[in-house]
Ligand binder design. Structure first.
Ligand code: ACO
Length: 375
């Protein structure tokens, strides 16, 4: 059968829509709304980046204050959601619970079925605020501990870490959580964002679109990679064993988790910041040990495959240093990427085009039908 269309396997290099939100430059640069992330990560707080993505411009001082107040007010969860989190099976992966509870939130949306731009903007802010609260509540409930109420005097990112850990983050931890969340906030048409946009392109609601995104982020080829990075680091007992371990994986044609990227041909621009965060925690013996293994892995993988670490590699160690257990790593990613997801969903609503690719049918045609009792 002749092929009528050229299959672009994995949609590699296919631009499915126009977007103003972020630009992933294969040369190793990343921009949010035209601002290089190297500048943002040094100079702004996470709430400012969330505002930038959702409103497509940086806030003025008062606008940022208002946005932070809105986030603060929206950090609560409806009681049935809290109960559902507490009753969720302890052995289920936390990403499964997050996915379910974000979907569940739709039932309690104060804007109901209204599908206006204003209602969707309110939902976007609501989701940026509530996803981290779901994550903190889930973690605390697994420890059989209560979740502290957010504090008005803390900034949004600091409140997230405070509610998660149950104790006030120190200045270094506060700086780290802002940087971490800024670095994970958006990244072009990555798989989870694309999934969100596909759902939004049918004019489905924002909760459905974010639920699609969370399910997509969960996979180990995407946001689930950081957890697998920590599995690998845990598997390697000593730094001296790194070379043998990596060569063993490569001989079996296995992927090294936290390495490679669809878009970047050079270093992932987020890596240097995350590596820096880890270096700042190296006074902790465990972090120092993990860091040394990471540097060896980075060198050996580059020598063998000429590929670089991606965002998930040092993010895993950064989160470990913050005291986050590895099955919650992808949930920290989701708590940050939510601002990018909702921004893309709003942009997709504006674009108003159904995302629906074609496929090349390679099966048979004209087969003779045989009734079931004659097969
Ligand atoms: N380990 C070993 N080799 C790799 C890796 C890796 N992690 N990543 C890419 N390669 C090799 C491939 O084997 C392939 O080599 P070949 O040309 O000799 O066959 C080449 O590099 C190209 O790799 P592809 O798999 O075609 O690249 P693709 O763009 O399809 O995949 C992906 C990108 C999925 C990220 C891949 O690099 C991977 O699986 N990495 C490990 C998982 C991971 O870290 N995911 C997180 C990505 S970042 C994020 O989503 C937040």
């Amino acid at each position: 059968m002749s092929q009528e269309k050229v299959t672009v396997r994995g949609l590699r290099d296919v631009a499915a829509a126009d977007s103003k939100l972020s630009f992933v430059d294969p040369k190793g640069l990343l921009y949010y709304l035209g601002y290089n992330i190297d500048n943002l990560v040094e100079n702004v707080i996470y709430a400012e980046v969330a505002y930038l993505l959702v409103h497509q411009r940086l806030p003025k001082k008062q606008e940022l204050e208002d946005f932070r107040s809105q986030l603060f007010l929206e950090m609560n969860l409806p009681e049935p959601i809290i109960e559902s989190i507490k009753n969720s099976p302890k052995n289920a992966h936390p990403m499964s619970i997050l996915r379910t509870e974000v979907s569940h939130l739709a039932e309690f949306d104060p804007d109901g079925n209204e599908f206006s731009p204003d209602a969707n903007l309110r939902r976007a802010t609501r989701l940026i605020a509530k996803v981290p609260t779901i994550v903190a509540t889930l973690y605390r409930s697994r420890l059989n501990r209560s979740t502290p109420e957010p504090k008005k005097e803390f900034d949004f990112a600091k409140n997230f870490l405070y509610m998660f850990k149950g104790e006030e983050p120190d200045d270094n931890e506060t700086r780290v959580i802002h940087r971490f969340m800024i670095l994970h906030a958006d990244h072009g048409f990555n798989a989870s964002t694309f999934a969100a946009r596909v759902t939004a392109s049918t004019n489905s609601d924002i909760y459905s679109a974010v639920t699609s995104a969370i399910g997509t982020l969960k996979g180990p080829l995407h946001g689930g990679a950081s957890e697998k990075v920590m599995d690998m680091l845990d598997d390697i007992n000593l730094e001296e064993e790194v070379e043998e371990y990596i060569d063993g994986l490569l001989e079996q044609n296995k992927k090294i988790m936290g390495f490679g990227h669809r878009m970047y041909k050079a270093q992932d621009p987020r890596t240097k910041h995350l590596r820096g965060i880890v270096e700042d925690f190296c006074h902790q013996d465990r972090t120092s040990d993990l860091y040394n293994k990471c540097i060896s892995i980075e060198n050996i993988v580059y020598e063998r495959k000429k590929i670089y670490p991606n965002v998930d590699f040092y993010a895993a160690v950064a989160m470990d240093a913050l005291g986050v257990p590895k099955d919650f790593f992808p949930l920290f990613f989701a708590s940050s990427r939510i601002s990018g997801w909702v921004a893309h969903i709003l942009e997709q609503y504006d674009d108003a085009v159904l995302l629906r690719p074609a496929s090349n049918y390679i099966g048979e045609l004209g087969r003779v039908f045989v009734p079931i009792n004659q097969r």
